[in-house]
Design a protein around this ligand. Sequence first.
Ligand SMILES: [Zn+2]
Ligand SMILES: [Zn+2]
Length: 158
Amino acid sequence: MKISAQNLSEKMGHFEKLCREQGVPLTVQRRAILESLALREDHPTADQVFEDVARRIPGLSRTTVYRVLETLVDMGVIHKASHLGSAARYDPNTERHHHLTCLSCHKVIDVEEGPVQRVQLPKAQARGFEILDYSVHFKGYCPDCLRKGRRASGTARA
Ligand SMILES: [Zn+2]
Ligand SMILES: [Zn+2]
């Protein structure tokens, strides 16, 4: 979901507060990386975040971006979504929500509010298992790729 200017400043304000509370220095890099991520709605990989931020911070290393992203995940400011067989994606939305993934261009889109938000495990299995988190992951082809007739062009075939 696209973030508004107000949401962005709220998110940054929340982050500044967390940094103060946890004694984490609010560096230019950390701020720029979170900002870049919050403004995107395609759930970028660490490399995509690096490309974004490197334009604004000359000399920034890829390793720094990877490290900062992990710090932000540990702080609970962003989520990391790892789906089998693809690079980890970073998500500025830390509320529970679900995703659509395009198998051709690999973009990841948030699923809007709706019945899918209320997924329940069968009672028998839920018993004795403490659920901390879950997410539903739909795979397929996005409208852009279907229009271009690009089915699965990006997936590796054996
Ligand atoms: Zn696509
Ligand atoms: Zn998401």
